[in-house]
Ligand binder design. Structure first.
Ligand SMILES: NC(=O)c1ccc[n+]([C@@H]2O[C@H](COP(=O)([O-])OP(=O)(O)OC[C@H]3O[C@@H](n4cnc5c(N)ncnc54)[C@H](OP(=O)(O)O)[C@@H]3O)[C@@H](O)[C@H]2O)c1
Length: 317
């Protein structure tokens, strides 16, 4: 009995030591020690004169545009609404004395939009591409119900979350490869890496962003290209419908500062360290318990959010 207990104790200690060396030490280096004490591994300013940002008039995209303008980049802002683009362009031209080009397109329109983008960015020395644009569910919903409410949604979410990323990369990567330098930041989501029922199409599109990023990085690392795929948890933006920031829900500016501070440390990252802890805990729970059980807990939580959203839309009718 005693020897069985001490055997279990040894195994437990071995497991903790293994986790510490295998997971926790690299996690601490990539999330806290490296970015905070050693700084970014990549000097983004050496990459070129222009930064292109999709979904640039609000939230996380606007924060990337602002942070890159502060670093001296001229900007190409791509979004849907012309008046918002003009307002943001004026704001940044005045505040940061940089050149700003705007391209108004809707990423859910057909592929001809990429001809307009190609013309708009021709000849520019692009050092940074931020594939940020994305759309999500109005509220968590069963797949069939979402489809019946809005059949076009299936096409739109793939166009905005997946096609935009692949087409923009195809347009800009060749010139980066020719110049042997460039940074591509792809905005995924924690939803892409943990169970996310009731937003299935959104989370799956974000899993695509993740996989695309890691494989394209392997293909082009030796050509001087750096890819970062960020997987935010909740950030206070229009999409999350959260206004008030907190320790777990940063502002877009705080989130983007964390992302740029971690450039070059790893391809996939939650970037903001409290999000990284949340994500690691969810993954640990899946490892230690089992995925279907954890997924059922998430389903319960998302069903509650769905119920509240349906109730409030009934009341607003
Ligand atoms: N906020 C979060 O909690 C969170 C969490 C994880 C991941 N993310 C990801 O972060 C990215 C940015 O999200 P956000 O929260 O910053 O969103 P947001 O505040 O709603 O901003 C979205 C931006 O994208 C533009 N946009 C939306 N649909 C478009 C379309 N069809 N064509 C062209 N432009 C379009 C909007 O421009 P207009 O206003 O002109 O339409 C706006 O500039 C998304 O990929 C999202 O999935 C966000």
């Amino acid at each position: 009995m005693t020897s069985a207990l001490s055997c279990c104790g040894c195994l437990g200690l071995f497991f903790i030591a293994y986790k510490f060396i295998h997971d926790i030490v690299p996690w601490l280096y990539m999330n806290i020690i490296g970015p905070k004490f050693l700084g970014p591994k990549v000097d983004v300013r050496c990459m070129g004169g222009w930064a292109v940002i999709t979904g640039a008039t609000d939230g996380i995209g606007k924060a990337y545009a602002k942070a890159l303008a502060k670093k001296g980049f001229n900007l190409v802002l791509i979004s849907r609404s012309l008046s918002k683009l003009e307002a943001v362009a004026n704001e940044f031209t005045e505040s940061f004395s940089v050149e700003v080009k705007i391209i108004d397109i809707d990423f859910t329109d057909n592929v001809e939009i990429y001809d307009k983008i190609k013309k708009g960015i021709a000849g520019l020395d692009i050092g940074v591409l931020v594939n940020n644009v994305g759309i999500s569910y109005p509220h968590p919903e069963y797949f069939i119900d979402r489809y019946e409410q809005d059949p076009k949604f299936l096409v739109d979410i793939v166009a905005a979350n997946i096609n935009s990323l692949t087409h923009m990369t195809a347009l800009i990567l060749p010139t980066m490869v020719n110049r042997k330098k460039g940074v591509i930041i792809n905005v995924s989501s924690t939803a892409g890496v943990i169970p996310s029922p009731l937003v299935t199409l959104y989370s799956s599109s974000k899993a695509f962003v993740d996989k695309f990023s890691s494989d394209i990085q392997s293909e082009y690392r030796s050509k001087g290209i750096i890819v970062q795929c960020v997987q935010p948890g909740l950030v206070a933006t229009k999409m999350s419908k959260i206004r008030r920031t907190s320790f777990l829900i940063p502002s877009p500016d705080t989130y983007v500062a964390a992302s740029l501070g971690m450039l070059g440390y790893c391809v996939q990252t939650a970037a903001y360290w409290p999000h990284s802890v949340q994500q690691s805990l969810a993954k640990l729970a899946i490892d230690l318990i089992c995925e279907p059980f954890i997924a059922s807990l998430f389903l319960k939580q998302l069903l509650n959010i769905r119920k509240r959203a349906l109730r409030s839309s009934q009341q607003n009718k």
